[in-house]
Write a protein that binds this ligand. Sequence first.
Ligand code: NAD
Length: 315
Amino acid sequence: MPRTLVTGGAGFLGSHLCEYLLKQGHEVIAMDNLATGSIENIEHLQTENFKFIKYDVTEYIYIAGAVDYILHFASPASPIDYLKMPIQTLKVGSLGTHKALGLAKEKKATFLLASTSEVYGDPQIHPQKESYWGNVNPVGPRGVYDEAKRFSEALTMAYHRYHGVDTKIVRIFNTYGTRMRLGDGRAIPTFIPQALSNKPISMFGDGSQTRSFTYVDDTVEGIYRLLISDYHEPVNIGNPHEMTIRQIAEKIIQMMGSKSIIKEEPLPEDDPKVRQPDITLAREILGWEPKVDVDEGLPKTIEWFRSKLKENAFF
Ligand code: NAD
């Protein structure tokens, strides 16, 4: 049975990955300091093949026994979180990645880095291919996340080239689905609760900026396929179906039969104007492409938020 460490395992993507890996027959260790994640995300996974360790991965990581795979997902991921925790974000992307790679080297484990489409910054090439080097402002407020991820990619390739570690890098595009945190500031988990309570939808700018939203099950499947592949360069995982932020807000309102109006809020600094993955590489080397469109993924996410809000008596 493969033994696998997931850093950030109590987060949105990490918890879905732990669940998927358990189903694939892995023994899973989730390591997380709960900075933005929660035990609630992994409560249902408490079986003999699952273990949770509360730990900050910027410190030296020790795990007794064999480790076959390490998936490094620890990092604040939503702008609200990383703007609130700029130093922690830089530390987990740099020191945390260093510690996780060190463990992979020692255990001869396969290492997979959760990178992001944010490495492309405000892109001048559209759609974004892996060969594009990006357009990132290193000293803007978002630089703490974007540059930490760019550094973590460079460090991962150095461990691969210099130490021969079997590494993979996934550039994840905006993913949504169940277990996203209420109020984490990302578009979909902001719009759905607002629409549920018929409050104004707070949309950044005029909503003409685009994003490509991927349902979590598709993202997890793509990550797993990359993990077991023998490809070492970065691979985009995302849904090429591009929508404006206004379109996604309108779709949520219409799907929920909500009375919410759309309210324009100031556009955050360095907000990317467009975002769409070129997934030719993922199609070719992983045989992967997304299967869940927004008409299927959004209702599942809406249902989840509806039940959460009821449970927490916010609604
Ligand atoms: P999340 O905030 O739900 O999960 C991140 C997890 O990392 C949290 O559980 C948090 O507590 C943990 N963490 C943060 N710092 C830590 C530290 N020092 N030590 C141990 N644990 C720590 O976010 P997410 O959306 O699940 O993102 C997970 C990963 O995927 C991140 O690396 C993020 O950059 C990447 N990613 C996510 C998306 C997306 O759309 N969700 C897109 C691109 C990349």
